[in-house]
Write a protein of this length. Structure first.
Length: 82
């Protein structure tokens, strides 16, 4: 599971998406939502050999965050509810 600053950033992006249900109509997110943009920024800063592992870790964290949001639980990494 992704942790550290990138993990926090991704979890907060999921909080943003939950708290701003109309984010998809914002032109700033035409190329991808907040979570997608965080993942893309992380991958662009990573070493080429680590990208697959990081993508998988990010996908796992994103799914864990979505599950936590659905059940009203605190999100992993940030321990905050959306």
């Amino acid at each position: 599971v992704l942790s550290g600053r990138w993990g926090e950033c991704l979890a907060w992006a999921k909080v943003f998406e939950k708290r701003n249900p109309n984010w998809s109509s914002d032109p700033d997110y035409r190329s991808g939502g907040p979570s997608f943009q965080v993942i893309q920024a992380m991958l662009s800063q990573s070493a080429m050999g680590n990208q697959r592992q990081l993508q998988e870790a990010a996908n796992t964290l994103e799914a864990m965050c979505a599950s936590a949001i659905s059940s009203g639980q605190p999100l992993p990494v940030i321990n905050q509810c959306a």
